[in-house]
Write a protein that binds this ligand. Structure first.
Ligand SMILES: [Zn+2]
Ligand SMILES: [Zn+2]
Ligand SMILES: [Zn+2]
Length: 231
C-alpha cells in the first residue's frame, strides 16, 4: 500500500505515461495517477500496483462486492453465494437479496451492471474540497488492503521457497564442482607420476658413470654365488 498526498490533482495518465516504467504511484489497471492509495499485488510472478477499485476488480472471487467481506481463499459455500454471470464474483446470497438493483437474471454484480461509471472507491469531496470516505468506502478500502496483504504474503512465501530451492541447487552445484576439482587434481597427480615413471624408464639405458660403477661393483657379487655359500 502506498499513500499519496490527498492534495494530488485528479489527472488521468496520458497514453505516454501508461507505457512508461511501472510506478507505485500509478494504477496499472486504469492508469490513473490519482489513485490516492495504491495497493501492491502479485500476478504471474510480477508485483503490480493498483488503485482500490482496480485491485478489487482483479480479485472478483476474493470478496463479496456488496458487503466487502474478504474471503481469504475460502469463499462461501455455493449454496450461500450467487456468482456474477459476467466476472464470476461471489456475492453472499443474503447480500444479493438485499440489493434492490439485483433483479436481473442471471445475476450481475454492481460493477458489472454499470462497468463504465461504477467505482468501488470514489472518495467523497466535501464543500471545502477535502476528500473523505464514508463507511462503505472504508470497507472497500479495508477489503482491498486485506487482498493486497494476502497476495504479498503469498509472494513472500513463494520467494522464500524459491530462495531455498536456489540455495539447495547452489549447494549441489558447489559439491559437484568440488568433486570435479578433486578428480582433476587426482588426474593431474596421476599424469605427473606417469610422466616420472616414463622418464625413469627412458633414463635406464644411459646410466651415469657413477651409477655404472656401482652397478659394476655390485655385479661380481651376483656373478660369484660362492660368496654366499661361504657363510
Ligand atoms: Zn485503477
Ligand atoms: Zn456480502
Ligand atoms: Zn461481476
Amino acid at each position: 500500500m502506498n499513500l499519496l498526498p490527498s492534495s494530488t490533482s485528479v489527472t488521468p495518465a496520458s497514453d505516454s505515461d501508461t507505457s512508461a516504467e511501472k510506478s507505485p504511484e500509478i494504477c496499472e489497471g486504469c492508469g490513473s495517477r490519482d489513485s490516492w492509495i495504491t495497493h501492491s499485488a502479485r500476478f504471474r510472478c510480477i508485483i503490480h500496483f493498483y488503485c482500490t477499485h482496480c485491485l478489487l476488480r482483479k480479485h472478483p472471487t476474493s470478496f463479496c462486492p456488496s458487503c466487502f467481506a474478504f474471503y481469504d481463499s475460502s469463499p462461501p459455500h455455493h449454496s450461500r453465494r450467487v456468482s456474477c454471470s459476467d466476472c464470476g464474483s461471489y456475492t453472499h446470497i443474503h447480500c444479493a437479496a438485499d440489493d434492490a438493483n439485483s433483479n436481473s437474471t442471471p445475476y450481475r454484480c454492481p460493477p458489472c451492471r454499470d462497468p463504465d461509471s461504477f467505482s468501488f472507491f470514489r472518495p467523497i469531496v466535501d464543500a471545502n474540497g477535502v476528500r473523505c470516505v464514508d463507511k462503505s468506502l472504508s470497507a472497500a478500502f479495508l477489503c482491498a488492503a486485506k487482498i493486497s496483504a494476502s497476495s504479498m504474503n503469498k509472494a513472500v512465501s513463494l520467494a522464500k521457497c524459491e530462495a531455498e530451492r536456489k540455495g539447495k541447487d547452489a549447494a549441489v552445484a558447489r559439491k559437484r564442482a568440488r568433486e570435479a576439482l578433486d578428480d582433476v587434481i587426482k588426474l593431474d597427480e596421476k599424469a605427473k607420476s606417469d610422466v616420472e615413471l616414463s622418464a625413469n624408464r627412458d633414463q635406464k639405458p644411459s646410466l651415469s658413470p657413477a651409477s655404472t660403477n656401482s652397478y659394476q661393483l655390485k655385479k661380481p657379487k651376483a656373478d660369484h654365488p660362492s660368496v654366499k655359500q661361504e657363510h
